[in-house]
Design a binder for this molecule. Sequence first.
Ligand code: CA
Length: 235
Amino acid sequence: MPKFTVLIIEDEKNIQTFMGKVLKRHEYRVLCADTGTQGLEIIRSQCPDIILLDLGLPDMDGGRIIQEVRTWTSTPIIVISARTAEHEKVSSLDLGADDYITKPFGTSELLARIRASLRHSNRLHTDSALYIRPYRHGEMTLDFSKRLLTIKDAVIHLTPIEYKIVAYLAQNSGKVITYASILSNVWGPYADSDNKILRVNMANIRRKIEEDPAQPKYIFTEVGVGYRMVEDEDE
Ligand code: CA
């Protein structure tokens, strides 16, 4: 199996070193850049499979790198973000980043984000629209071909809108999906930008699928950004 190549663009040496060690230990090939200019050069010359990007770089804003890279490739980009910067997270996703990870983060979280983004980009290239294998996590199964959601083998009855929301999140499981992206995907391009209708539907979904809707196990809220469905267990 050829290794996946990860490019880390990060000027803080301790974070760069930490991530590099973790990834090498988990069989990734690792490239590092301390500046945006160097990062862009490596992306052009080495074509990494995934990019981890710090937004605050000495020579340029990370957002510019996302914009630049997205003019010619869909290589997944995960932004490394500060805890409170919700606005920064949303704008990075709007520019074309695939996900973000919030500092300080642990090893398992870093690996899960990378896995989800790689799997998603791989699926875009290989899965036909006709066949998408079911989503599974714990006791939940979502069969896309039958439009059937079951938990512990019991069928969960969802409205068509609720189904669309859950299916969209499940197809992107492990990744954060912004409110705006869900609204336009489910209600269409002229969807109201007000999140209220989405919050109401999500409350109903949680009542149906979560044992304790206040402590969700399947769909998590990313405050100020969107929702993230727990990662698919299948490989
Ligand atoms: Ca920095």
